[in-house]
Each structure stands twice: as structure tokens, then as C-alpha cells.
Write a protein that binds this ligand. Structure first.
Ligand code: MN
Length: 241
């Protein structure tokens, strides 16, 4: 199998970025963006998506973190689009829909037959639900060629009453209140994927952002994985993705 790899360099007056990506890697990474919290998120993304990632960004952090985060999303999205190529043989979807949906299994989790069905479904779904202590995040995606971000659950949290100290406590709060969305929108645009990210519940800013990045990683892992049943074929009836 041809290695599915990509290198992207992207230089603007705001950021200078170099990305190397190997979709068939082992989760190794080396990430330096100048923002330790963002490095933490991209490092755990590589680990849980099981891709090898090297990323360097020198951005205009003297302005703020916005350009650095958005442009890393753009460059990483471009790297995924390039490494996936024509997308022959990939699973395409980051969450399975067979043989029902996981919520059916959850509702009847007390019934053993349904538990078996739920387990099978959960495996198929690539564990795109990720808990982190008090948080639960869900990511469902489709590398189907059409960019779209659905971002649910955080807006209402951003409206809830928070202490000033909590809102400005650190970079994780800044991500929770806007920067994470910029990253995922940029990724969805450039990787041309449908990306549905949802926080079902949660409270602590670091946990919330980390759960979202981990759910994203798990969905990416499943969607990019090659399916031995459809080697060389496109997972589409349209003939193009
Ligand atoms: Mn953490």
C-alpha cells in the first residue's frame, strides 16, 4: 500500500507553518506552535487518531492566538486532504450507523441482547463519544468532499454565568470560548469534511476542550482507516468524493 503522507508549508504575513502527516502512523508527534495548550491538544489528537504528525508554527502571538490556531487548522486540513488523495478504500465516515444508532442501545442497556448490539455498534462507531471526567463529547464526521461544521453545546455553556477568573483563567478558557471553533472550522473547510462536534455536558474548560479534541481524533481515525472489503474502490455511489 502506498504510504498516505503529506507535507504542507503555508507562509503568510501572520503565520509560517510546516506540517508533515502520515495517516498510517503510530501516533507519534512533535508539535510546536508557541502555545503549550494548543501543542497539548494537537499532540493528543495525533495519539488518538493514530497518525504521525510534525507541526511547526511561528505565528504573530504578539497580536493574539487567533491567527496561529486558525492557520494551523487550515494547514492540517490541507495535509489531510492531500494525504487522503482520491479517498479510494477509506471508511469515509467517522461514526458507524449500523445496525442502528448507539442511543437505542443505551436506552435498553439493561437488556443483554441490546447490550450486545450496543457493543457492536460502539465498536463500529469508532468510539467517537469521548468522556473526560465530568464531560462527554461526541464527534461524527464524513470526508465526503463537502465542508460543514456543526458546533453544538458550547454556545450555551459560553452564556452560562462564569466567574471572571474562570473565563480568563488560562488558554483552555480561551479555546472554550471561541478558539477551538476557529480551528475546527478551518480544518473542515480545507479537509472538505462534514464535522459535527457536540459537547453533551461538561464544566471544566480544560476537560471540555480536551474531550472535543479526543472525540475528533477518534472520529478521524475511523474515517481515514482503510476498509479491506473495498480496496481500491470509492465509498460513494457518485463516483467521486
Ligand atoms: Mn489535558
Amino acid at each position: 500500500m502506498k504510504p498516505r503522507q503529506a507535507k504542507v508549508t503555508r507562509n503568510t504575513k501572520e503565520t509560517r507553518i510546516a506540517v508533515s502527516l502520515n495517516l498510517d502512523g503510530k501516533g507519534k508527534s512533535s508539535v510546536k506552535t508557541g502555545l503549550p495548550f494548543f501543542d497539548h491538544m494537537l499532540t493528543l489528537f495525533a495519539k488518538h487518531a493514530t497518525v504521525d504528525l510534525k507541526l511547526r508554527c511561528k505565528g504573530d502571538l504578539a497580536v493574539d492566538a487567533h491567527h496561529t490556531i486558525e492557520d494551523c487548522g487550515i494547514a492540517l486540513g490541507q495535509a489531510f486532504a492531500s494525504a487522503l488523495g482520491d479517498k479510494r478504500g477509506i471508511r469515509r465516515y467517522g461514526a458507524g450507523f449500523h445496525p442502528g444508532n448507539p442511543s437505542t442501545g443505551l436506552r435498553h442497556a439493561g437488556v443483554s441482547a441490546d447490550v450486545a448490539v450496543f457493543k457492536a455498534t460502539a465498536t463500529q462507531a469508532g468510539e467517537a463519544y469521548v468522556p473526560m471526567d465530568e464531560c462527554l463529547a461526541r464527534c461524527v464526521m464524513d470526508f465526503g468532499g463537502r465542508p460543514h461544521l456543526i458546533w453544538r453545546g458550547l454556545n450555551e455553556f459560553s452564556q452560562k454565568r462564569v466567574a471572571r477568573s474562570e473565563k480568563f483563567q488560562d488558554m483552555s478558557s480561551a479555546f472554550r470560548f471561541g478558539l477551538a471553533r476557529e480551528f475546527f472550522q478551518a480544518f473542515a473547510n480545507e479537509a472538505r469534511c462534514n464535522l459535527h462536534l457536540e459537547l453533551l455536558y461538561g464544566d471544566e474548560p480544560h476537560h471540555i476542550v480536551e474531550a472535543l479534541f479526543k472525540a475528533f481524533a477518534r472520529a478521524v481515525d475511523t474515517a481515514c482507516r482503510q476498509d479491506p472489503r473495498i480496496v481500491g474502490r470509492l465509498p460513494s455511489t457518485k463516483g467521486k468524493l
